[in-house]
Design a binder for this molecule. Structure first.
Ligand code: PGA
Length: 252
């Protein structure tokens, strides 16, 4: 099945008001690649400012709470993200799972609440180096997906409302990337689980690869079956690094 590719940047804990010019530069250049969906997931403090600067471009958050509202000091709700202009959010990034002890159940709640609130969701899964080296990556990552997949009716979030990002933890920010064969094997397994969970709608869910994606490896990664885009950290901070990845996703 032909799926439109999605290239999403994850700025993590980087970015101040002075960086809105870079957001604008990325959004402006992305217009040239109409065949690809492009988004930037920014620190919460920049979402409203960025949304005002580039109103037609997809700005996202990096996390959301599983509850609609309440006594959760320091957290951000789906309604707050939407109110600030966000169109999407990441959930379950390994840095959140590690730094904040987020369980699969918590990640599922976040995804469900975000989708029910009209946000698109990028749900992250991925294995540690230890799990990869003992040969358990497929079993661990597919189990993680099954336990964190939202149970919302697929008709309610539509074909592009949910994306899954396969991000091996050992590949994030390290310059290391799994072999093409390992990426292909994992993405095929994740596709199988999505179809098992959602039926035909599981064919429409995009599966992104994330972890040290850059201009020099993007073409090869995007050539893999069931790789429907990328979640990009370090190389999303500057237009000159990010746009070549978008161009590769466009197949140009
Ligand atoms: P990286 O980060 O591209 O800097 O490896 C990817 C991510 O954590 O989403």
């Amino acid at each position: 099945m032909a799926r439109r590719k999605l290239v999403a940047g994850n700025w993590k804990m980087h970015g101040l008001a002075s960086d809105i010019a870079e957001v604008s530069a990325i959004a402006e250049s992305a217009k040239e690649y109409g065949e690809v969906d492009v988004a930037l997931c920014l620190p919460a403090t920049l979402i409203e400012r960025a949304s005002r600067a580039v109103p037609t471009f997809a700005i996202g958050g990096q996390d959301v709470h599983g509850a609609q509202k309440g006594a959760h000091t320091g957290d951000i709700s789906a309604a707050m993200l939407t109110d600030a202009g966000a169109k999407l959010t990441i959930v379950g990034h390994s840095e959140r799972r590690t730094d904040h002890g987020e369980s699969d159940a918590a990640v599922r709640a976040k995804a469900e609440t975000a989708l029910a609130s009209g946000l698109d969701v990028i749900l992250c899964v991925g294995e540690s180096l230890e799990v990869r080296e003992r040969g358990d990556a497929l079993a661990v990552v597919t189990a993680q997906l099954e336990a964190s997949l939202p149970t919302n009716d697929t008709a309610s979030f539509g074909a592009t409302g949910l994306a899954v990002a396969y991000e091996p933890i050992w590949a994030i920010g390290t310059g290391k990337v799994p072999s093409i064969a390992d990426i292909a094997e994992m993405h095929a397994a994740l596709r199988g689980r999505l179809v098992a969970a959602y039926g035909d709608a599981g064919q429409a869910v995009r599966i992104l690869y994330g972890g040290s994606v850059k201009a020099s490896n993007a073409n090869e990664i995007f050539g893999v079956d069931d790789v429907d885009g990328a979640l990009v950290g370090g190389a999303s901070l500057k237009a000159e690094d990010f746009l070549p990845i978008v161009e590769a996703a466009a197949g140009r």
